[in-house]
Design a protein around this ligand. Sequence first.
Ligand code: 13P
Length: 255
Amino acid sequence: MTVEARPLVLGNWKMNLTAREAVAYLRDLLPRVSGYADREVAVAPPFTALPAVAPLLKESPVGLAAQDLFWESEGAYTGEISPLMLQDLGVTYVLVGHSERRRHLGETDRMVNQKVLAALRSGLRPVVCVGEQEAARASGRARSVVRSQLLRALSEVPRGEASSLAIAYEPVWAIGTGRAATPADVSEMHACIRSELQRVYGEAGGAVRILYGGSVSGGNIDAFMESPGVEGVLVGGASIRLDDFARIVGFRRPA
Ligand code: 13P
């Protein structure tokens, strides 16, 4: 089994744009990012904008993603959003374990694992975020940190579900800093992630897309997409800048 053929460009809007702003932005964006058959595009608006943007996206090739989910289907979990609620809105992808949630909300590897399993049970496709802090890279522990996050996040995910997964490698120090990782470092980490996936899932581990995230922009996208093992990108800040995101979606790679 080979990696899903089309690369994925996924925009994580984070805590930006009201529902009204989200609709206005998408009306401008959709005509500029809808003409590609050889790449997949999706956006992850905040929860509050999902119902407003869902009908617009339904009529377009751009997919709908959520930024998080809770692991139970319903019940007394004030403030949480269940996989069923997302599925009901037509959400396809869901980010799980973003470093901002790990850092500001104390999300642990175990919680990330519960969320991954819950997403899969509901037919959502988890995009599992992993990435080392700057200190770990400086001390040569980047690979072991990422490997550990990955294996814990995927604990008990059966081989048959592997093809629903995507992994986003987002080094924490590269997020929102304008200081992207080098394409060579990204390729090296992606190879490490790929080898872990294949060790655990065999052939099915070869089908999981591995994305890079961290200060991706219109200026550096081509270099990332040309790098071996980069099967897409998870874009933060630039995903809510119209020209930048349109340029990112329109990345060029050598034939
Ligand atoms: P930036 O693209 O703003 O660095 O954010 C990356 C990110 O966190 C995407 O999930």
